[in-house]
Design a protein around this ligand. Sequence first.
Ligand code: ACO
Length: 371
Amino acid sequence: MGTLTTGGLEGVVAGRTAICTAEAAGDTLFYRGFDVADLAAQASYEEVAYLLLYGELPNAAQLSDFRTRLAGQRELPPDLKTLLERLPAAAHPMDVLRTGVSVLGCLEPESEDVTALAERLLARLPAMLLYWHQFHTRGQRIDLGSPAADLTGHFLHLLHSRAAEEIYRRALEVSLILYAEHEFNASTFAARVITSTRADFYSAIAGAIGALRGPLHGGANEAAMALIASFGGADEAEHGILERLARKELIMGFGHRVYKRRDPRSPIIKQWARRLGEEARDTQHYAIAERIEAVMRREKRLFPNLDFYSALVYRACGIPASLFTPIFVIARSAGWAAHIIEQRQDNRLIRPLAEYVGPAARAYVPLAERP
Ligand code: ACO
């Protein structure tokens, strides 16, 4: 008989991985041994995705081939496009991505190398999201190609129908790097559980998207933007947050299961939020966000997680709030795929025990004899 764990499996080591380590002791995050701060300062998203999928940083020729392969696989199957057109305009984009991935699993059941599948999915997720979005908001069947050689530039080109300015492109790319991987978080663990049954790649990704959708996980970035935008100024935000805390409400974008003093990703994305705010001459939202951060630190000793200031970066990039969590999907798909590959390499069905707290064994009572 196993021992009872704390709620939410807090503090439980549930498996081994060579992909990533998020360390509570030092509040640090490493992807395959590289500090995420160094990657966010110097690497491209494609380098990071390659590192996660293949285990090493690419050399120049490998990176160039990788980019070319991704850029060459952006088109969607016609049946998927038809389905995206039929999904409701009011659907949440996370439901659209979950459904789109599931449909891909029907149209192209897994029959090839999983790394090749992962690359194709990575290339297609921005196309899937923005084909649906532009069809339902602009009534246009957009061309899924773009001159942008990189995934971030491609995303922004499909969204705005023009090339992105470099400062906005790089800010979004940094957020993708920071979101790309995070050890045994809820969605990744969901993907590994599904993979452990020997289910297919698409089922694991669809399950991971479902897990990411909730506001305690990826959905927090959309909720954080709604919170920041609900205040007209920093003083109003201070009052509003104090009222919410008095009502014992959760403030989205704060706290973390693993990190206890700071989320190492947050200062990086915060810098970009400030830069973009200055660039766009919108410092009001940043001032509101900083005040919320100060109140949360003072009142609850809580710190912003990656989701909080990412929301401001996305807003400055002209991205609608409903697409914030889907961007997390696009970024994290590299991490999910790496974990699916790793789980398959040394698989054993994930099936823990439960401590039973229900009634003791009792005799069945026939229907006619029940009071
Ligand atoms: N706002 C207000 N209070 C909070 C918050 C918050 N965001 N986060 C934690 N607390 C409080 C809890 O109410 C609890 O207080 P109590 O001891 O008085 O009951 C205490 O801090 C400990 O919190 P737990 O719920 O035990 O923390 P847990 O590890 O279970 O949850 C989680 C972590 C889910 C991230 C939590 O902090 C939360 O709900 N945050 C808001 C949602 C969010 O931002 N999610 C994004 C996560 S990061 C990511 O996906 C990139």
